[in-house]
Design a protein. Structure first.
Lengths: 566, 384
């Protein structure tokens, strides 16, 4: 036995004095990396990303063709003001503080529907980060359709209570205004809308060029949202521009402070995907308990059929029998251990796969036209797979591939790994590529089959750009900052199949190229020596120039006929 | 490449002393090119060049004629993507040969022709072996040896000493020049690259052809040719075309035998002696000019090693020697015809050694001319 400790033992009572509620806000304040605010550079990107995601979701849900402007201005040493404006439906006055200054408040968490945002954390977290690093508040302007006035509201978040504190609340004549630059380089006439929202946050941040920059994010955003008209400008004091990698070019044109416009190429709002109820096989035990507790249906059998998808009345009865529960039991009163049995019974029951019309693809043609904006390639292809299911959640994979010539597009090289662009529900994913299921699927494909070199277990090497898009009612990210997709075998397999199809088409293209190249080489070779043969004959046989020409043209014809059968 | 059965017009060895006149060679070139032109322009098909196959597989040892006679196997070189360069080069080489050499009565060395091709642009020869090979092809295709087309060999023919007067002519005046090969002191007369125009006055009883020039010099130094009454010829390895032609013409002219003295190894037997006597596979198409059917082999034979107690002056056979000997036993039509040669090679393989001409120095520097050669000549036991 150990010697009796000299330190005072802590009693349960003293411990109790230290035990108290932890607010979500406080938790995230201490774990800001989970939300994508681990460093100033990433904070800037995450803020833009969350604001743009929200704007796009709002516009699409309201059936409005989105026009968004992103204005980034340096306000001091390591300080930036980020203002994102959209022409969305606006937010009603009462909801504004909660949406922008309360974590885990949103419309998207409680339903299964394909959308960019999921949890209702993003934009509030950005505001909270701004508040924490600069002490300023988040300013929101919003005007809803047909309203006489716009609202101007400054909010902060009370991190203890996870509740908004309103600092300013007034009406104004604000109209969302969009400035831009035309393809000719001249400024566009400013455009005003009668509805829209603008959010402005000042925070400690850093602007860095390169593959992980705001510019890159916005460009990729335009690739997968061809219906989006996007304007952005980044005004950074020259000495504060940081180079992420020296060879990077073109990603930072915006630092001059001029507006850049990425025009929309499609004038149709994507069809709004339908909403589905959870599939029983995708529901965890805790979630099942909560759903049964909250349901308004009075019988277990009814709750199973109406709150879940793909459970018929007959299947519900089968589940109840397997679980040994009465179909008429009150779902809210089922005991804990009984729910466990029920959960197991659900797992043992064969169910139809969830409906898949709730995921909508970008589409092969639109993906390709998006890629064409980004890279000047010789070969483009895209594959949209049929929807599939992981853990009860429908999802769909799309892959586009472009093969460029180094001489034509300077952004690719033949001795570097392929560039991979990852998208989830039309949102570009820039960070944590190595941890992502998409990267994993691409590296698992044997690219040598397609005549593309590939170091063991790595990305293929060559002037290739691969874009992967996953659309799902619930994208399984590895963390709340939504940067990498979790390694579900079903997902990796679907991506692999799409990538392989693109690879096969690339191989066909490459072999055709090779044949054409070979034929050109042969044609040149033949054309180089035939005149000499004719000249020799001419000299021996005393032919005239016309006969010599006949020999040359005949021979070229004869040889090309038999040797250039392409 | 397709091998075709077609017979070449054969000419016997004796009816080609000064060979084909230049006009005839020029005509043959035109005749070779005409069907090519017809194929291209009139028949619109790929033209073909045909050459006799130049290898041991396409020769037969004609005992009556005494040399390797070429058989009728032909190679057809059809114009294709792969042969277009060679084909073009052949045409340009034929044109140069006809227009610049034959028609202008000029001469050129193989290396000069290689450099001449540098003016052909991308059609030029990159290395001399390429033009040498094509020249051999053309020679075979036309059935004319290249000396008659105006090509002169680069290498010297060989050295001669002995009771022989060579009658040459001055290249400019045509005046007769008499060279007494017994009055050249410690030096020797060099065989020129072309020997067709030479005439001879010869009192010798036989010709002794020697592989190495060091032994030749020893014999000249001690004026062995006077004592034995023979013409000494130094071949320095495999004899050149000019050397072979010279020995042949001299032997024919004076009706004297030819004896050959080489190192006792497979190279000396199968390459030097065999080539001198019956020709080679590579030059099968011209063997009738260049073989010396009357040649006989004096030594050094494997039996000589035993008879002259030279076992301790030998070297072990190297892998290349063994391979050469076995190959000859299996494939060489000349060796396969003569039992004596098969026995000699078998004996050598069994003993596992080879011997050099100079090995007789073991018994004294002049043992070879005081003892070995006189004894061998007296016994007259030569290999065929």
């Amino acid at each position: 036995m150990a010697k009796k400790s000299t330190t005072e033992t802590v009693t349960a009572e003293t411990m109790a004095t230290q035990q108290r509620d932890i607010s979500v806000s406080e938790f995230f304040l201490k774990n800001r990396h989970l939300l994508g605010f681990d460093n100033p550079r990433k904070a800037l990107l995450t803020t833009v990303k969350e604001a743009v995601d929200n704007s796009l979701d709002a516009c699409e849900e309201a059936g409005i063709l989105p026009e968004i402007s992103v204005d980034i201005k340096q306000t001091g040493n390591n300080r930036f003001r980020i203002e994102v404006t959209d022409n969305g439906p606006g937010v009603v006055r009462a909801q504004i503080p909660k949406i922008f200054a309360k974590l885990l408040y949103g419309s998207k968490f409680h339903r299964l529907r394909m959308s960019r945002g999921q949890q209702g954390i993003g934009i509030s977290a950005a505001g909270m980060y701004g508040q924490l690093t600069t002490g300023t508040s988040t300013r929101i302007r919003s005007r809803i359709q047909k309203a006489k006035k716009a609202h101007l509201i400054d909010v902060q978040i009370d991190t203890r209570k996870n509740a908004p504190t309103i600092l300013l609340d007034e009406e104004s004549d604000w109209l969302p205004e969009f400035n831009g630059t035309g393809p000719d380089g001249k400024p566009l006439t400013p455009v005003n809308y009668t509805h829209g929202t603008s959010v402005s946050i000042e925070m400690e941040a850093a602007y860095v060029r390169g593959r992980l920059s705001v510019d890159e994010y916005l460009k990729q955003c335009a690739i997968v949202n061809p219906h989006l008209q996007l304007h952005y400008r980044i005004a950074v004091s020259a000495k504060d521009i940081q180079e992420s990698d020296s060879k990077e070019s073109g990603a930072g044109e915006a630092q001059t402070g001029d507006w850049i416009t990425l025009f929309r190429s499609v004038s149709k709002v994507p069809q709004q995907p339908g909403e589905i109820k959870p599939h029983p096989h995708g529901v965890e035990l805790g979630m099942l308990m909560q759903m049964l507790k909250d349901t308004r249906i009075r019988t277990l059998r009814g709750a199973l059929t109406q709150d879940f998808s793909r459970v018929s009345s007959k299947t519900a009865l089968e589940i109840c029998e397997k679980a040994g529960l009465s179909p008429k039991a009150n779902p809210a009163r089922i005991a804990h251990h009984e729910i466990e049995v029920l959960y197991k019974a659900i797992g043992d029951t064969k169910l139809m796969r969830p409906p898949t019309d709730c995921v909508s693809p970008i589409g092969e043609d639109q993906l390709i036209s998006g890629l064409k904006k980004e890279i000047n390639a010789e070969f483009y292809t895209a594959v949209t797979r049929q929807p599939s299911v992981y853990r009860g959640n429908p999802f769909l994979i799309e892959v586009a591939l472009a093969y460029a010539r180094e001489s034509v597009d300077k952004s690719v090289t033949s001795d570097e790994p392929a560039r991979v662009m990852r998208f989830a529900n039309r949102v570009p994913l820039l960070y944590m590529a190595g941890a992502c299921a998409m990267t994993k699927a691409i590296t698992s494909v044997n690219w040598r089959n397609y005549d593309v070199s590939q170091p063991r277990g790595s990305l293929p090497v060559g002037p290739i750009v691969i874009a992967v898009h996953m659309a799902s009612v619930w994208v399984p990210f590895t963390s709340e900052s939504k940067e990498a997709i979790a390694h579900y075998p079903e997902i990796i397999s679907e991506i692999g199949l799409a990538v392989q199809e693109c690879g096969r088409r690339l191989a066909t293209f490459l072999s055709r190229e090779k044949r054409r190249f070979e034929a050109d080489r042969k044609r040149n070779y033949i054309a180089m020596y035939i005149p000499h043969l004719a000249l020799g004959l001419k000299q021996v046989l005393d032919l005239d120039d016309k006969q010599e020409k006949t020999v040359t043209s005949r021979l070229i014809k004869i040889l090309e006929r038999t040797h250039l059968d392409t | 490449m397709a091998k075709l059965k077609k017979t070449l017009p054969r000419t016997s060895a004796t009816d080609l002393p000064t060979a084909i006149p230049r006009k005839e060679a020029s005509k043959r070139i035109v005749a070779a090119c005409e069907p090519i032109y017809t194929d291209i322009v009139k028949k619109t098909r790929k033209p073909v060049m045909r050459f006799p196959v130049r290898s041991l597989a396409n020769v037969k040892y004609d005992v009556k004629k005494g040399y390797f006679e070429i058989l009728g196997r032909m190679v057809a070189r059809t114009l294709t993507y792969n042969t277009v360069k060679t084909f073009a080069q052949s045409m340009r080489l034929l044109a140069t040969t006809k227009n610049d050499l034959i028609d202008k009565d000029d001469i050129a060395g193989k290396r000069e022709i290689y450099y001449n091709s540098k003016s052909w642009g991308e059609c030029r020869f990159d290395e001399q072996p390429e033009s040498d090979t094509l020249l051999d092809d053309i020679e075979a295709m036309l059935g004319v040896n290249r000396e008659q087309l105006g090509y002169i060999p680069e290498e010297r023919g060989g050295d001669v000493a002995g009771p022989l007067t060579v009658i040459d002519r001055s290249p400019s005046t045509g005046e007769k020049i008499r060279i007494d090969c017994s009055r050249l002191g410690s030096g020797a007369w060099s065989i020129p690259s072309r020997v067709e125009h030479l005439d001879f006055e010869c009192k010798a009883k036989f010709i002794l052809a020697i592989e190495t020039s060091s032994l030749f010099q020893r014999l000249v130094h001690h004026m062995y040719y006077k004592k034995a009454g023979c013409v000494l010829v130094s071949m320095s390895g495999v004899p050149t075309r000019a050397c072979r032609r010279f020995i042949r013409r001299l032997a024919d002219h004076s009706k004297i035998p030819v004896l050959v003295f080489t190192d006792g190894d497979p190279y000396g037997y199968c390459n030097i002696y065999r080539t001198l006597k019956v020709g080679s596979g590579q030059s099968a198409h011209i063997n009738r000019f260049f073989s010396v059917p009357q040649a006989q082999y004096l030594g050094v034979t494997p039996q000589d090693i035993i008879d002259y107690d030279l076992q301790d002056a030998t070297h072990p056979l190297e892998d290349a020697d063994i391979k050469r000997a076995k190959d000859a036993l299996k494939n060489d039509p000349f060796i396969k015809h003569h039992k004596e040669w098969q026995q000699a090679l078998e004996q050598m393989l069994k003993m596992g050694v080879r011997i050099e001409q100079q090995a007789f120095a073991k018994h004294g520097l002049n043992y070879v001319l005081d003892n070995y050669l006189p004894e061998k000549l007296k016994k007259k036991q030569f290999l065929p």
